[in-house]
Design a protein around this ligand. Structure first.
Ligand code: FES
Length: 253
């Protein structure tokens, strides 16, 4: 599931449902046309004198206005089609509203940060904490470890690395603890160092992350693809906790 972005999954569902809707609609129209043709054929066949040689050409009666009678089946079919169309319009509108944040740069898309790489790095060092970007559900850290050319190759840029806020254990949002300078999960006590690498608790891996690119100082984070967290035992920054923990009682794991 990690390889498929949520927005792609949602678009797939919309497309499948829309195709089903069109198929139902087309099927209903075809059935209606077929039954109209059959009815016409039956009424032709039952015309008095049909199939017998004509005796004399009677003067054609003046055309009279035909009374249109809607059968109960046609009425129900029309009602069904109308309700399907209303449902389709509502569902389409709701889907567009749901996907709109992703289309315009929310979680699940390529996000361009409003600040430049230098401004972000200054904020990180001045505040002694990562920059949190809520719309994209990630933290940006200033990474200076030795994994840039190995385990984190291609996902950091200009010293910036993006960590997914979601705990690798059961998915709680993991806040950053300024005292310890580690990420500490309040749910079951998993702890990750500043680079989001597993240190303590039940989490199976380090924090997941996203690819960062920097072009002309502009920072972009691709949240459409979630990169799995580094395995337990990965430690590229060798950072001991720098103060007391914010979350006590880490469960051994
Ligand atoms: S969800 Fe974070 S430790 Fe369980």
């Amino acid at each position: 599931m990690l390889g498929i972005a949520q927005s792609t999954f949602a678009v797939g569902i919309v497309v499948v449902l829309f195709a089903l809707f069109v198929m139902l609609l087309a099927g209903s129209f075809l059935r209606a046309r077929r039954s109209d043709r059959a009815r016409a054929a039956v009424s032709e066949g039952s015309t008095p004198g049909a199939g017998r040689p004509a005796v004399a050409a009677a003067p054609a009666p003046a055309p009279s206005r035909k009374k249109v009678v809607v059968s109960r089946r046609d009425f129900f079919r029309g009602g069904l089609l109308a309700s399907l169309m209303v449902f389709g319009a509502q569902f389409g509108g709701a889907s567009i509203a749901f996907l709109w944040p992703n289309l315009k740069g929310g979680f699940g898309s390529l996000i361009t940060l409003p600040d430049t790489a230098d401004v972000i790095k200054n904020q990180i060092s001045e505040n002694r904490q990562p920059v949190y970007f809520g719309a994209g559900r990630f933290y940006l850290i200033n990474y200076t470890g030795d994994g840039t050319k190995s385990i984190y190759q291609g996902i950091t840029a200009d010293g910036l690395m993006a960590l997914y806020q979601k705990c690798a254990h059961l998915g709680c949002r993991v806040p950053f603890c300024q005292a310890s300078q580690w990420f500490e999960c309040p749910c079951h006590g998993s702890k990750y160092n500043y680079a989001g690498e597993y240190q303590l608790g039940p989490a199976p891996t380090g924090l997941m992350r996203f690819k960062v690119t920097v072009e002309g100082g502009q920072v972009k984070v691709d949240t459409s693809t979630i990169i799995p967290g580094p395995p337990r035992g990965t430690n590229t920054i060798h950072q001991a906790p720098e103060g007391p923990f914010c979350v006590g009682g880490a469960a051994g794991g």
